[in-house]
Write a protein that binds this ligand. Structure first.
Ligand code: CA2
Length: 149
């Protein structure tokens, strides 16, 4: 049985689709999960959201033992959390940092990510389509490593 890909979502993303549609679109997080499962084509996924930093850290620790890859939208913790960065450093497989919006087109405070230096890849600005794109890229990365290994 393949190990799951963990898809972790940070604070406020449970409200996705309900405000600022001009930046984040109208797709809800429940719909995003369905898009991810479609893109995963049967590969197991663990899809979670939390507003609590410690919970995201616990899930990264769980992923170290259980997951083949991590896709993370840390939301506002992107710009504040050395603790999430430290946890991700311990993950041995591929990590994709994902943002719905292009954080680099936004105000200065959105430009310095603590997560990017420890991520394998960064996706930003594709809207919620970035999630299934990330899942497909993660599957490609995993299959390359498995074949190489
Ligand atoms: O673009 C992204 O995915 C972000 O990670 C979203 C974060 C923001 O702090 C980052 O700069 C970029 C904020 C998520 C706010 O949650 C929402 C809740 C409801 C509707 C829209 C966003």
């Amino acid at each position: 049985m393949s190990k799951p890909i963990y898809i972790l979502n940070g604070p406020n993303l449970n409200r996705l689709g309900t405000r600022e549609p001009e930046i984040y679109g109208r797709t809800t997080l429940v719909e995003v999960e369905a898009l991810c499962r479609g893109a995963a084509a049967g590969h197991p996924l663990v899809f979670r959201q939390s507003n609590r930093e410690y919970e995201l850290i616990e899930w990264v620790h769980e992923a170290i033992d259980e997951a083949c890859g991590v896709i993370i939208n840390p939301a506002a913790f992107t710009f504040t959390s050395m603790a999430i960065m430290d946890a991700l450093k311990m993950f041995p497989g591929p990590i994709i940092e994902l943002h719905i919006s292009n954080i680099h087109r936004r105000e200065q405070i959105y430009h310095k990510s603590y997560v990017s230096p420890v991520a394998t890849a960064v996706i930003a600005g594709l809207g919620t389509d970035g999630y299934p794109t990330a899942v497909r890229s993660m599957l490609d990365m995993i299959s390359r490593t498995t074949k190489a290994g």
